[in-house]
Write a protein that binds this ligand. Sequence first.
Ligand SMILES: Cc1cc2nc3c(=O)[nH]c(=O)nc-3n(C[C@H](O)[C@H](O)[C@H](O)COP(=O)(O)OP(=O)(O)OC[C@H]3O[C@@H](n4cnc5c(N)ncnc54)[C@H](O)[C@@H]3O)c2cc1C
Length: 289
Amino acid sequence: MKIIDAISRKRPFYSLEFFPPKERENWPAFFSTVEALRVLAPLFVSVTYGAGGSTRDYTLEITADIARRGFTPMAHLTCVGASAEAIRSYVRKLKEAGVTNILALRGDVPQGQSINWQECEFSYASDLIGLIRDEFSDFGIAAAAYLTPHPESRSFAEDRKAAAFKLKQGSDFALTQLFFDPREYFEYVEQMRVLGVEKPIIPGVLPVASFAGLRRVLSLSGCNIPAKLYLALEEADRQGGPEAVRETGIRYAVQQIKQLLDGGAPGIHLYTLNRADTCLRIAEEVGPL
Ligand SMILES: Cc1cc2nc3c(=O)[nH]c(=O)nc-3n(C[C@H](O)[C@H](O)[C@H](O)COP(=O)(O)OP(=O)(O)OC[C@H]3O[C@@H](n4cnc5c(N)ncnc54)[C@H](O)[C@@H]3O)c2cc1C
């Protein structure tokens, strides 16, 4: 089933993102986490691809297992440096495994490596989207969206145009990178509407769990953090240490989700970081969707 068909039937909703654990011995605990989050009735469950050094075949195996458990899986797939034939073969394997939704990404050149773009069969995510649309029409397709423009974009306008192109090219919906200020999401949606895109844009929410984690995501994503949130986290750290920081992160995520849903977001994509407890707390405090 294409996720877009489910989106038009059930709003609002949660969807969940996981990354494949590197060590196989950790897979049973990982699947227990996935099962613990079943109570959120996620509309779909996405699994990252090669991100953070994980083995790419794991995405295939894990999404296949998630499909067998009765969830709707979405496999992330990057095309940077890949041949079209390798991509076709991978997509066929996904289909055999019952996985028919893909988050189509360009991906990044691994650190320390360089790439000759002239020789590449794919330059942008839009090329991958075009291949899936033309050759695997039974697949649902999603694309990544950046509220703080992608670091390679030369301008806001260029970034928004490239995102709109992905959605017009065949992506059914977009998933945003993590962000903290709901106003950035609503402005982004408005900018896409002005560019003629009416497709759903699902906000991605990452609860702050620790200062170290926050620093990591801020430096990797380049996203903005509202001063009020930063100061509240700092104060929590001073007063109560790591547990108080986590509580503040949860309270903020609950408020962020409520504001997003009140403002008309179709659903919430939770970056779970493979942890059930935080997501369960948040869903409980947000209340029934
Ligand atoms: C929700 C989400 C999930 C992700 N999951 C993963 C994952 O599982 N594995 C992983 O390795 N990475 C993942 N990433 C990171 C992603 O791979 C990187 O951000 C990568 O640098 C860009 O991928 P993209 O698909 O957005 O690229 P693109 O859409 O191709 O964009 C890359 C740059 O090119 C520009 N651009 C795009 N199309 C055009 C065009 N037609 N003409 C001119 N310029 C253009 C864009 O503005 C941007 O600056 C994820 C990102 C997000 C937001």
